[in-house]
Design a protein. Structure first.
Length: 239
C-alpha cells in the first residue's frame, strides 16, 4: 500500500499474531506488531493487560500500611473524624478503582488526539485505531509502574520511579525543570517510540508525518504535568 507521501508500505507478510507474540513484539518487534494489528486488531487484549497491571500496582500501593496511616493522619490534621475500619476499607477500594481507570482515561484522550492529528496530516483511521496505538504503546509504562510499586513496597525506599527526577538534587524540587524531569523516563521514551511506529503503520502515513500526532499530545501532557507540579509545590521557579 501507499501512504500520502507515495511511500510503499509492504503488508504482504502480515499474519495474525498469537497473544504471546503480541506481548513479546511490544518489546522485540513493534513493526511486525502494528502491521499485524492493522488487519487483525485485538483491542481487548491490550486494555485487559493495562487494567490488570494498573490494578496490581494500585492494590500494592494502596493496600500498604503507610497508605492507611497517611489517610488517618490526614483526617486528624484537617480536624475531621478519623474513619472507622469499614470506612477505610471502602475508601481503599474506591481509591484502587479510580487509580486503575485513570491510565485508561489518559490513554483514551491521547488516542483521540493521535487519531485527529493523523487524519489531519493525511492518515486513514478512527479512534478505535488510535486506541490500538496508545494501548499497546502504554504496556511498558504500565509494567514500569507496577515494578516501581513493588520496589517501594518491599524495600525501605519511600519513593521510586524510573524518571530523570530521581537523579536530580532535592534542592530543585518544585521547579519547572524538575516537573519536566518527572515526566521523562526510559519507559515514556519507549512509549513514544511505539506510538511513532504504531501511528506510521496503523494510519498508513510516513514517519515524517507521524511525528506530529505523536509529539503534540506528549508535549501538551508534559507541559500540563510540569505546570501542575509547580502549582502543587506552591510557586513558579524555572530552575
Amino acid at each position: 500500500m501507499k501512504n500520502n507521501d507515495e511511500e510503499f508500505i509492504d503488508y504482504s507478510d502480515v499474519r495474525e499474531l498469537t497473544i504471546k507474540e503480541k506481548i513479546k513484539d511490544v518489546f522485540t518487534n513493534p513493526v511486525e506488531l502494528f502491521k499485524s494489528l492493522k488487519f487483525h486488531p485485538n483491542l481487548k487484549l491490550s486494555i485487559s493487560i493495562i487494567i490488570l497491571l494498573s490494578f496490581l500496582a494500585s492494590f500494592i500501593d494502596i493496600s500498604s500500611p503507610e497508605f492507611i496511616n497517611n489517610t488517618i493522619e490526614s483526617a486528624k490534621e484537617s480536624g475531621q473524624e478519623v474513619p472507622s475500619g469499614s470506612q477505610l476499607e471502602i475508601y481503599k477500594y474506591m481509591a484502587i478503582f479510580f487509580t486503575t481507570i485513570i491510565p485508561l482515561v489518559i490513554i483514551s484522550f491521547k488516542a483521540f488526539m493521535i487519531t485527529g492529528l493523523s487524519v489531519l496530516v493525511g492518515g486513514d483511521g478512527d479512534t478505535r485505531e488510535g486506541l490500538l496505538v496508545t494501548t499497546y504503546s502504554y504496556i511498558p509504562v504500565a509494567i514500569a509502574t507496577l515494578i516501581s510499586k513493588i520496589i517501594v513496597r518491599f524495600t525501605s525506599l519511600d519513593f521510586f520511579d524510573f524518571n530523570l527526577a530521581m537523579l536530580l538534587p532535592e534542592s530543585i524540587e518544585g521547579t519547572v525543570f524538575f516537573g519536566l524531569a518527572l515526566s521523562l523516563d526510559i519507559f515514556i521514551i519507549w512509549y513514544l517510540v511505539l506510538s511513532f511506529i504504531g501511528t506510521r503503520y496503523i494510519f498508513e502515513i510516513s514517519y515524517k508525518r507521524a511525528i506530529t500526532p505523536v509529539l503534540i499530545p506528549w508535549i501538551i501532557w508534559i507541559v500540563l504535568y510540569a505546570g501542575l507540579t509547580v502549582v502543587l509545590s506552591g510557586g513558579i521557579n524555572l530552575f
